[in-house]
Design a protein around this ligand. Structure first.
Ligand code: M6R
Length: 608
């Protein structure tokens, strides 16, 4: 949700800012802008639309100074327009601000500033920050930003430059991510690591309400009382190519092709002598006696991984699991206590609803275990225990490889709990561990057979509505298949439990309606075959996804069958999701949609 960058040093500033913003555009693409301190002046160029529009606008204009800030926007307050684009200027034009987040008390602050003669030109909440910094500015920018953030309510990552402070710019954050990149003779800020990885691997991760003062050869960080804070340097070990397309047409396609590798990275180091070992997570047999319920809390795709988690943990560990959408969980005064384990799932580790759900859980005494992809993210830092998914940077807005690894992580948690609790027999345990280790091989096969999915997508990309139905784990999987399709292809889609369709929604099935049925659960096969007959009797066209061994049987009922290798039913979701991801991808490509940057969306949702 909005990407911000900042730079101070000797490089050509506007070019560098644009380069960094290119790596952040997945966070929002409603508008883009930069402010550069050049030739003693503060110059701002910004416009509605993608970064390419800004580049066009900049063409020929030299904005090469010594420091600057940049922004790519996902609109919250005020429509996408030139005037609502960031950076926003203060009344005098001396201070420029970029912001990610929402200032919740901006109306009150606006009123205060209006009474003091400030005028507003945009509809954004951010503009109050620019004016407020100016209001507090008495020659010390750090002091002015600190005074400002102490009056802000809501979430923010801020970059602030001031014409009267040519040697230094200031950044601050609360509940929205922000890192400081440490270079030689140059320093950076960014919403996310990939933006600056080309320039430095050493970073500071700012904590809530910290204020950073960046000079070209020095960075100081202060708390909200102005006291200097000693920061540890975090060294980024992954490679910059991990965040590049590497010859693939889209990040989404590249990321699906990475699934076998990232599953190996997530699973293999945690299986030792046939047993699951969860890094440093020490939930002992004794601790387990005190856990009478598990909550899984997450958003979107991560939440769908949680639904699979419910089935798996309940089946293997025999502990009741409740799955909650984070934005609902937080505000329903959930009945949690110190006898509960809360599992938080998040790729980015920065989703604000999920972060607040984590805080709510901790406040109520629950132990929080986070399944997170981004090392050092807010959720990773605040959880009691962290199990990283080693999916690497996920750039496409539609989550793919992160989901597969979230499932793998959840399966390992379920196995660990079940083993300690003694609720699993050794044969099932071994079979499941072996099944997990085999998923990369199975996925290689699925990906090498992708042409069949592409062909099917080419026949159905004009569909108005597509249904996904499944039973048990296949129902959980259907939710993810449906979300993937609608978010990137804009085709209306719903996911239904196979047995539930006839309680209303089957009324929507008519001649030619496409129904996609994952059918990987052996014990539910007969029931699903009946459900297929029900929709076919109303004219539906059915695509089934099932293990190779079931092909013959399923082919009798479905119109088209996409096979996956013969993986065990329990493990199947990790493998069977990929044909659905591929289907969504090829439909979107066929429709000419912008696959990696679907409309109205952004990666890393840092507003409520
Ligand atoms: O970073 P998170 O895993 O916390 O993000 C949660 C959702 O916003 C995310 O999964 C979203 O649903 C994706 N666009 C789905 O593809």
């Amino acid at each position: 949700m909005c990407g911000i960058v900042g730079y101070i040093g000797k490089k050509r500033t506007s070019k560098l800012l644009l380069n960094c913003l290119r790596k952040l555009e997945y966070r929002g693409y409603d508008s883009a802008g930069i402010a550069v301190f050049a030739g003693g002046e503060l110059k701002v160029v910004k416009c509605k639309g993608r970064l390419a529009s800004l580049e066009e606008k900049l063409c020929g204009e030299s904005l090469d100074g010594t420091m600057g800030i940049g922004h790519t926007r996902w609109a919250t307050h005020g429509e996408p327009s030139d005037v609502n684009s960031h950076p926003h200027l203060s009344r005098s034009g001396n201070i420029a601000v970029v912001h990610n987040g929402i200032i919740e008390n901006y109306m009150k602050l606006k009123e205060f500033l209006l009474q003091r003669g400030y005028e507003f030109v945009s509809d954004t909440d951010t503009e109050v920050v620019a004016h407020l910094v100016e209001y507090h500015y008495k020659g010390d920018l750090v002091q002015a930003v600190t005074a400002t953030i102490n009056e802000l309510e809501g979430s923010y990552a801020l970059g602030v430059i001031c014409k009267n402070n040519p040697e230094e710019f200031v950044a601050a954050r609360k509940d929205s991510p922000l890192i400081v990149g440490l270079g030689e003779g140059e320093n950076f800020i960014a919403s996310d690591i990939p933006a600056i990885l080309e320039y430095t691997r050493d970073i500071y991760i700012l904590e809530d309400k910290e204020v950073a003062a960046l000079r070209k050869d020095q960075v100081k960080v202060f708390d909200s009382h102005g006291i200097e804070v000693k920061k540890n340097i975090f060294h980024v070990s992954w490679d910059v190519t991990a965040a590049e397309k590497s010859g693939y047409e889209h990040f989404m396609l590249k990321e699906m092709h990475e699934e076998p590798k990232v599953l190996k990275d997530t699973i293999n180091p945690r299986i030792k002598d046939g047993l699951v070992e969860l890094d440093n997570i020490k939930i002992s047999t004794e601790d387990l006696k005190n856990i009478d319920k598990i909550f899984i809390v997450a958003c979107g795709t991560a939440c769908h991984a949680g639904v699979v988690g419910k089935y798996i943990i309940e089946r293997l560990a025999r502990i009741p699991v409740e799955v909650d959408v984070a934005s609902e969980f937080r505000y329903r005064d959930p009945l949690i206590n110190d006898r509960n384990l809360v599992i938080i799932i998040s790729q980015s580790g920065e989703t604000i609803d999920t972060l607040f759900a984590l805080r709510e859980s901790k406040k109520k005494g629950a132990r929080v275990l986070a399944v997170v992809n981004v090392v050092g993210s807010s959720i990773a830092r605040e959880a009691d225990d962290v199990l990283y998914t080693w999916a690497g940077p996920e750039i496409a807005v539609a989550s793919t490889k992160a989901y597969n690894t979230q499932l793998a992580a959840i399966y390992m948690i379920a196995l660990d709990l079940a083993y300690k609790k003694g609720s699993i027999d050794i044969e099932t345990y071994k079979k499941t561990v072996e099944g997990l280790k085999d998923t990369p091989r199975a996925l290689e096969k699925v990906l090498s057979d992708k042409d069949a999915v592409q062909k099917f997508a080419a026949q159905h990309y004009n569909a108005k509505s597509i249904f996904f139905i499944g039973r048990g784990l296949d129902y959980a999987l259907s939710m993810e298949g449906s979300l993937k399709l609608k978010e990137i292809s804009y085709i209306h889609s719903e996911a239904y439990a196979g047995g539930e369709l006839k309680h209303g929604t089957i009324a929507l099935i008519e001649k030619g309606t496409l129904v996609i049925c994952p059918m990987t659960q052996d014990y539910l096969m007969e029931k699903m075959l009946s459900n297929i007959k029900e929709v076919k009797a109303r004219g539906a066209v059915v695509l089934a996804i099932t293990q190779q061994k079931n092909i013959e049987e399923v082919e009798k009922a479905a119109d088209v069958v996409i096979p996956i290798p013969d993986v065990d039913s329990l493990i199947a979701p990790i493998v069977a999701v990929t044909p659905m991801q591929l289907f969504a991808y090829y439909v979107a490509v066929q429709k000419g949609c912008d696959v990696d940057k679907p409309r109205n969306l952004a990666k890393s949702v840092t507003v409520e």
